[in-house]
Unconditional design. Sequence first.
Length: 277
Amino acid sequence: MTALDPGQSEQLVVALRRAAQKLVERRSIRDLQQTLSEIVAAAVETVPGAAAGGISVSEDGIVDSRNPTSRGISELDRLQSELHEGPCITALEEPADDGVVMVEDLAGPDATRWPRFAPAAVDSGYRSMLSIQLASGGRMRAALNLYASEPRVFDRDARITAGLFGVQAAMLLHGSEQAAHLGKAVDSRDVIGQAKGILMERFGVDESEAFQLLVESSQSTNLKLVDVARWLANEANRRNARRNADGPPLPEVEGADVLPAEQDQHHDHDPDHQPEP
């Protein structure tokens, strides 16, 4: 592949920045799955020679394929997870200093690095790969995998561009993860607040006492506090919905608290009661 001149390299960096800016403008940073889709699409378009791609995400030791450009890519990403072998696994666990693992030919010398994965990739029509580490901290680790059908497609310029892209993508991925956690925290806070309000109204307690009731219920049932609060809120909503479906309550009248059968019994023993004509 012909090396890029300085002008072309600059164009790639500009395109990369524009891709990142579009992601932010579309607010995809609030949606992890949408962000991952945008990352893959922008990477395939930006990195010279890339024809297909996908993202491998490892959480709690389980590697999953996210947002592949084709079903075949998804299968190859998952195969690396099953074999615990491949450029993706290397990028996740033992990346180079720039976070990029470059594969020149899976049917050539590179096959010895991943002897079980390489034949499957070649059989699927892919000879070259780039795997770029995106995230390595916390519970989640991620790598972007780019595929090419011809050998030795990715050169030094592609590696540099992929590395730059990885930095931008990692920032967006981290932001999406933080936003997802923040969204869950806000949802939990809201449902706990709703549950406290229900308990305060039901038992006539203050906010602190209502929270203590939730804590004690959580401890006695071995359920998370937010799960207890969510159950309580759902039960209250279900009862309200059922009450609304039954219609408004009938107006109160004298003797309405006595059942009809009881009224008949009272009439039978009332000497002044006269039957209706």
